[in-house]
Ligand binder design. Structure first.
Ligand code: NI
Length: 177
């Protein structure tokens, strides 16, 4: 399909809550997911949410085999998640560095729940239900935040831990954004 333009922080569309998808297995939904996938792959992202390409629907994709943006991350299965709901398992949180294709060139230290249950649907309407931990849980929380109009800098507890990738991680300065 098409590599779409990714909206950047400051665009009001990134701050809006997304609407649920009401029809599955439609040409429009398949086209949206193809565009998300092509755009995410082209930008070496770990995930992408529909609002980031200007579509206000509850659709996210994510997946990591080995990403130059996240060289130490454990693999996360390629997933399409529509109308997701998250439930933290326990109260444990951990902090780790995140980036975002809508906040290019930057990284911030973000607290997330360590253990998480999530539920949603794939593009055909099949239920997806998983209990996950660590980086997988982090990626899902980051992407689902996009559906709530939340960007990761809004989650940073201490803004001293927010800055430019090339300064914070000079050894990764060649990584794509
Ligand atoms: Ni993001």
């Amino acid at each position: 399909m098409t590599i779409q333009t990714t909206l950047k922080m400051g665009d009001a569309r990134l701050l809006q809550a997304a609407a649920p998808v009401t029809a599955f297995d439609t040409p429009e939904l398949h086209a949206l997911i193809a565009d998300l996938r092509d755009t995410m792959v082209a930008l070496n992202g770990a995930g992408l949410a529909a609002p980031q390409i200007g579509i206000g629907l509850q659709v996210v994709i994510f997946g990591v085999h080995s990403s130059p943006r996240y060289p130490d991350a454990e693999p996360v299965p390629e997933t399409v998640l529509v109308n997701p709901t998250l439930t933290a398992i326990g109260t444990e949180q951990d902090e780790a560095w995140e980036g975002c294709l809508s906040v290019p060139g930057m990284r911030g230290l973000v607290p997330r729940y360590t253990h998480l249950h999530y539920r949603g649907f794939d593009q055909f309407g099949t239920v997806i239900e998983r209990a996950v931990s660590g980086f997988h849980a982090r990626v899902v929380q980051h992407e689902v935040d996009h559906l709530l109009g939340i960007l990761y800098p809004m989650r940073i507890r201490d803004l001293r831990h927010f800055g430019f990738t090339e300064v914070l991680f000079p050894e990764q300065s060649g990584a794509a954004e």
